[in-house]
Design a protein around this ligand. Structure first.
Ligand code: IMP
Length: 189
C-alpha cells in the first residue's frame, strides 16, 4: 500500500490486535476492581483502540476525550498543542490515559503532569504501541500492548498526514531506518 509516496506493509493483523486488546482489558478489569476509573483517550489516534478496549471493560467507568497534537508529517515537531481540554472534574478520580502509541513520551509527559495538578487520585497509562525511545527513556506506562522498534506505523487509528486511520490492521513504512522523511510527495492515496 502506498500513501503519499511512502510504501507501507502490514505488520500487526486485526486478529493480533483484538487478542491483545482482550488481554489488556482483562488486566484493567482486575487492576481496577472495586473502582470507577475515568478513561481518557487521546484523540485522534486512539479512537479505534479506545472503542475496542472499552467493549471489554466490565467494571463501572467513565470516558472523556482529550486532543493533543505533536506531529506534522512523520517527524515530531516537539511542539504540543492542546486542542480539546477536559470537560469534567477529575478531582480524586482514578484516571487511565489511553494512547495509541508512545514514542518520545512528550505527549504523555504533558498530559500526566497536567492531570497530577488537578488533584486526581491516580494516573496510569495504557498504550497499544510503545516505541523504542519510550522504553529507553523508561516512560511510565502501566499497560502496553505491543513493543515496536523506532519505525513509522499507521492504520488502526494512526495516520500519516491525516491518512490511513481507517484500517483495521497496523502497517509500517518500508525502506527507512528510523523515522521516514518529514513529508512525502503529495501523490494519490
Ligand atoms: P510522542 O509525544 O513522541 O510520544 O508521540 C505521541 C503521539 O505522536 C502519538 O499519540 C501519535 O499521535 C503520534 N505518533 C508517534 N509515532 C507515530 C507513528 O509511528 N505513526 C503515527 N503517529 C505517531
Amino acid at each position: 500500500m502506498k500513501i503519499k509516496g511512502i510504501e507501507f506493509i502490514e505488520f500487526i493483523s486485526e486478529r493480533e490486535i483484538q487478542e491483545k486488546i482482550a488481554e489488556l482489558a482483562t488486566q484493567i478489569n482486575e487492576a481496577y476492581a472495586g473502582k470507577t476509573p475515568v478513561f481518557l483517550p487521546v484523540l485522534n489516534g486512539s479512537f479505534m483502540f479506545a472503542a475496542d478496549l472499552l467493549k471489554h471493560i466490565t467494571i463501572p467507568c467513565r470516558v472523556s476525550f482529550v486532543k493533543i497534537s505533536s506531529y506534522e508529517g512523520m517527524i515530531s515537531t516537539g511542539q504540543l498543542k492542546t486542542v480539546i481540554g477536559l470537560e469534567e472534574s477529575l478531582f480524586k478520580q482514578d484516571v487511565l490515559v489511553v494512547e495509541d502509541i508512545v514514542d518520545t513520551g512528550l505527549t504523555l509527559e504533558k498530559i500526566v503532569s497536567g492531570l497530577t495538578g488537578l488533584g486526581v487520585n491516580s494516573v496510569e497509562v495504557i498504550t497499544l504501541l510503545r516505541k523504542k525511545p519510550a522504553r529507553e527513556k523508561k516512560v511510565n506506562v502501566r499497560f502496553a500492548g505491543f513493543d515496536i522498534e523506532d519505525e513509522f506505523v499507521l492504520g488502526y487509528g494512526l495516520d500519516y498526514d491525516g491518512l490511513g486511520r481507517n484500517y483495521r490492521q497496523l502497517f509500517k513504512a518500508v525502506g527507512h531506518d528510523g523515522p521516514p522523511p518529514a513529508t512525502g510527495n503529495p501523490q494519490s492515496f
